[in-house]
Design a protein around this ligand. Structure first.
Ligand SMILES: *Cc1c(COP(=O)(O)O)cnc(C)c1O
Length: 470
């Protein structure tokens, strides 16, 4: 492709991206299309002939944009999704343009080196043991999986079993202990690893979804043989943290490997006024955390952090005669894939653009905004905030003066109405036997005014549904 044509195509894309992003603050938070409509728009047979790139890109944009959710907008509170900030987007564009296959340090020194240094920055920011290794993966699901693979290998190695070579058939039993309300993706990791999603030992949790330390200690006390324990930093509904110090003590007394799922909550450690929440989690053996949530990098970005770098390498090492070896850190040795994008660049750019201070103040600000939202909502009679708002999550129950079934049905209808109105986006969940509204404050673009406007929209949707029911 000639340089002029390439310039025209890439500049056109830059212009489209700017247009899209600059319209987000006032755009509806929900997609204009349903899945069926989006599916119909894209429906087409395999193109027999090629087409000019500018035409392809224009068509892609016009087909896709009506079905996009405004996840980068300031009032998107659904699930726990970062806002993909410009420094990360720009670095990610370069990453694509550079086209580095980031498996091996000799093949691509810059992307490997950038990962190594960004990994060190992460350990510093999250205040985790500096000897830990960091694998750059697609997200917390695969970060947890990667860490648990290291855990599985190490706890079995200690009893004389080489799972990397011999697999799990005939291996000593590995116990997996976790809280009753562990994130669903942790169970996916356990499934991939042959540890089974159902054969776990669940520990009872408090009203906030946190493991009861005495119950954890009693449970683990009774187990013999290799044990992997999994705790959580940032419960998906309450935002709460397991009592790590007590858990770590009981786990280590039994020689267990302690892993922490800290997809978003681990970032509390980077914020002086929230760091106390994660106190003691540095005693664990591994940690899974996301870049694409609180660090606001583009998707896919997660980090598998393992104190025992050898165990991490043993679990993930890809050895092949055609791959150069050496003393360097090879990115593929710490992640499940060989060929992949250079994930370190966007991480580096986001950390560099925010700085330690910027990350701390963003996290702090989101926590304050979550509290502001909770105060606004709970001032309404018949609305209850079910969680202690310690972090950025708000779990809201509607219809405290109604019977459960009516309240649940009205909650679902209120969520649908809020999404239709489009001022903000919230999702639902079932927690403690009730339908709830779950609000995650995590977009770098959210202002206090956005919180107030969203709280008003939520409450007016609730009043309207309540009224139609009366
Ligand atoms: C989001 C989340 C995950 C899964 O992370 P992905 O980045 O979506 O793979 C796991 N655990 C918790 C607590 C989460 O919030």
């Amino acid at each position: 492709m000639d340089a002029d044509k390439m310039r025209a195509v890439l500049r056109d894309v830059a212009e489209r991206a700017v247009m899209y992003r600059s319209g987000r603050a006032e755009a509806p938070a929900r997609p204009a299309q349903t899945y069926a409509e989006a599916r119909a728009a894209f429906e087409a047979a395999v193109p027999e002939h090629g087409a000019p790139i500018e035409q392809v890109i224009a068509e892609l944009a016009s087909l896709a944009e009506p079905g996009l959710a405004n996840m980068v907008g300031p009032r998107f509170f659904g699930w726990v999704i970062g806002a993909t900030e410009p420094a990360g987007v720009a670095a990610d564009w370069l990453t694509s343009a550079w086209g580095q296959n980031t498996g091996n340090a000799h093949a691509t020194p810059a992307s490997s080196a950038c990962e190594e240094v960004s990994g060190r920055w992460l350990l510093d920011l999250l205040d985790l043991p500096r000897e830990s290794s960091v694998g750059f993966v697609t997200g917390a699901t695969i970060a947890n999986f990667t860490c648990l693979a290291a855990a599985r290998g190490e706890v079995l190695r200690r009893v004389g079993w080489d799972v990397e070579a011999d697999g799990l058939f005939g291996a000593p039993n590995v116990h997996v202990v976790l809280g009753e309300e562990a994130h669903s993706t942790v169970f996916s990791g356990l499934r991939y690893l042959g540890l089974g999603a159902k054969r776990v030992v669940s520990v009872p949790v408090t009203e906030q979804g946190l493991m009861k330390p005495s119950a954890f200690a009693r449970t683990i006390e009774k187990l013999d043989g290799p044990i992997i324990a999994i705790a959580q930093a940032g419960h998906i509904n309450s935002g709460g943290f397991d009592p790590f110090t007590e858990i770590a003590e009981a786990a280590h007394a039994k020689g267990a490997w302690l892993h922490i799922d800290g997809a978003f909550g681990l970032w509390a450690r980077a914020c002086p006024d929230r760091a106390h929440l994660g106190h003691g989690l540095e005693l664990a053996d591994s940690w899974g955390v996301d870049g694409h949530k609180w660090l606001q990098t583009p998707h896919d970005s997660g980090y598998a952090i393992v104190r025992n770098a050898e165990a991490h390498r043993r679990a993930m090492l890809i050895a092949a005669s055609y791959l150069p070896e050496g003393q360097e850190r090879h990115p593929a040795d710490y992640a499940p894939e060989l060929s992949r994008r250079a994930r370190g660049f966007a991480t580096w750019a986001m950390i560099k653009s925010l700085g330690r201070e910027g990350i701390a103040s963003m996290v702090s600000c989101h926590c304050e905004q979550a509290r502001r939202m909770a105060e606004r909502l709970s001032a309404e009679p018949s609305v209850e905030v079910m969680n202690d708002v310690v972090l950025n999550q708000v779990a809201v129950r509607l219809g405290t003066d109604m019977d459960g079934a009516t309240a649940d049905a009205l909650t679902d209808r209120t969520i649908a109405r809020i999404q239709r109105d489009g001022v903000c986006f919230v999702g639902g969940a079932n927690w403690r036997g009730r339908q709830i509204i779950r609000i995650s404050v995590i977009s770098a673009n959210t202002t206090d005014a956005d919180i107030d406007r969203s709280a008003d929209a939520l409450l007016s949707a609730w009043r309207a549904e309540r009224h139609t029911n009366a």
